[in-house]
Design a binder for this molecule. Structure first.
Ligand code: MSP
Length: 506
């Protein structure tokens, strides 16, 4: 039995519309979830929106709207993008929902009652774009290290969370767990370095901000947006006694590396303080770069997903980002590399394989998948190894490695078609050889459709129906359906439209 799988994305600020950096995490989480569903794991995928705080408050003001009206107006623009990208979340949480606000209030009340929260005075830099307090020493040329913009000076009475109390637990228990709860290893080292340098207690309320969840025992303050936003991961599950919470917690959190400390230092400490199991894994991915810098709306380098979806469609979009950039590393996006990958991998390798094989079954066997006369040993064993490589990659959130594993089958099948040359077998009247060659090639298509379905759900559905397999693709399960030999002879294939028509560039 594999463990239940609970995965989250960060909840996104709704001061603006999504860009491809946001979509990057969400697509990754969706692919991971669909993969776990394929393995028959009990899976739950949460995403949502972070709707409080100064950044949203100010944007609403600038647009002449009340904050609630502003955030409500932004939601459709996010959901439309997730629809187009085929994001199959199980729940979408908004931090303005009562279910979140009520449970957050209880959570912080508990920490206050047990003495982990106290009143103090905060003075220091604050970046509204990050919604983050910084130490003077963290600024670069007096600017926010992430946005390279001027910071604001905050002097206010704040409640503090006694984070420093938990440094020892983080260093000597949590970060030492195996498998490591912070990945990749560079990120683990980064947080260990940070915590070893000495942890300070942190502000957990804002007096100068109105748009937020009031501190239950002192409603002049609202809860600092990060402190409440992190709790979405448990409030959505009905913490403390919801069934989903009992079943699915602790989570795998996918986050960008810029928000690592919130997730890998503050959040586990808060949970531990409250007596809740900390996250199973915090996996920090890299940034999509433009001109060598983090792409962002603040710097006006944000690209809306629609711009790419219009040209490439959702399947190719999902495939490109996960295949092109090693998950965990930074990566540069370019139109040229996207076209190149699309044409080489999708139109050529996979698309042509499918159309050739289906066309040959149509002309040589009247569209009926023939019974193989023998077993293509080498191809079968390549496929078996490929499935194992695929699973190892996908289980480790190494999407590029996983996809590459699946691609071994596509590549091997293309070589096999060239080597067996079914058109020659047909000419020479070798019906048995021809049947084995075409059945085996079609078997590779069946396996590819299954393994790639988490990445390219629509295209794989199309391929599946072209293969004429009676059972729904959604009912396929690994490992059983990933074993060589699952394709039934006698079913009728259809040639259908090209899966990935070539994109011509001028
Ligand atoms: N609201 C907080 C998260 C709270 S989670 C409890 C937040 N929101 S955000 O909208 O600013 O960013 C969300 C995510 O998008 C972060 O993980 C961030 O790393 C990611 N990205 C934003 N720009 C990005 C790139 N250019 N590249 C890749 N991911 C990037 O932070």
């Amino acid at each position: 039995m594999r463990d239940p799988f609970y995965i989250t994305t960060p909840i996104y600020y709704v001061n603006d519309v999504p860009h491809i950096g946001h979509a990057y995490t969400t697509v990754a989480a969706d692919v991971a979830t669909r993969y776990h569903r394929l393995c028959g794991d009990d899976s739950y995928f949460l995403t949502g929106t972070d709707e409080h705080g100064q950044k949203v408050e100010r944007t609403a003001q600038e647009n002449g709207k009340e904050p609630q009206a502003w955030v409500d107006s932004m939601i459709p623009q996010w959901q439309q993008v997730w629809d187009r990208l085929e994001i199959s979340f199980d729940d979408f949480i908004r931090t303005t929902e009562p279910r979140h606000k009520d449970r957050v209030a209880k959570f912080v009340q508990q920490l206050y009652d047990q003495g982990d929260i106290y009143l103090g005075r905060y003075e220091g830099p604050y970046c509204v774009a990050c919604e983050a307090f910084y130490l003077e020493s963290e600024l670069i040329d007096s600017l926010c290290p992430i946005h390279k913009r001027a910071v604001e000076r905050v002097t206010e009475e704040n409640y503090f969370f006694a984070l420093s109390k938990y440094a020892d637990w983080l260093l000597n228990d949590y970060y030492k767990r195996d498998p490591s709860p912070v990945q990749p290893v560079e990120r683990l080292n980064e947080v260990i370095g940070f915590v070893s340098g000495g942890l300070q207690d942190i502000s957990m309320s804002r007096a100068a901000v109105e748009w937020g969840i009031p501190i239950p025992w002192d409603p002049k303050h609202v809860i600092y947006v990060w402190i409440e936003a992190l709790q979405n991961y448990i409030t959505a599950l009905g913490y403390p006694d919801g069934e989903q919470f009992k079943k699915f917690w602790p989570a795998v959190h996918l986050v960008g590396k810029d928000i690592l400390r919130f997730h890998a230092v503050i959040w586990p400490a808060m949970l531990h303080a409250a007596g809740v199991e900390p996250p199973k894994l915090i996996f920090a991915h890299g940034w999509l770069l433009v001109g060598g810098e983090k792409m962002s709306k603040t710097k006006l380098t944000g690209i809306h997903p629609d711009q790419l979806l219009d040209a490439f469609g959702a399947d190719a979009y999902r495939y490109y980002f996960l295949r092109e950039i090693a998950f965990g590393q930074d990566g540069s996006f370019s139109w040229e590399s996207m076209v190149a990958r699309y044409n080489a991998d999708l139109a050529n390798d996979l698309g042509n394989l499918a159309s050739r094989v289906l066309a040959m079954i149509t002309s040589y066997f009247d569209g009926i998948v023939p019974e193989p006369a023998g077993r293509a040993e080498a191809l079968a064993s390549t496929a078996e190894t490929a499935v194992a490589t695929y699973r190892k990659g996908m289980d480790a959130l190494d999407f590029a490695g996983g996809i590459n594993g699946a691609w071994e089958i596509v590549r091997a099948a293309n070589r096999y078609v060239v080597e067996t040359a079914p058109w020659e077998l047909n000419k020479s009247g070798d019906k048995a050889g021809l049947a084995t060659a075409l059945w085996s090639s079609a078997e590779c298509l069946r396996l590819s459709a299954i393994l790639l379905s988490p990445v390219m759900p629509d295209a794989c559905e199309k391929l599946w129906s072209q293969l004429g397999i009676g059972r729904p693709l959604a009912d396929q399960r690994l490992p059983n359906d990933g074993a060589w030999g699952g394709l039934d002879a006698g079913v009728r294939v259809t040639k259908g439209e090209a899966l990935f028509p070539r994109i011509e560039t001028k």
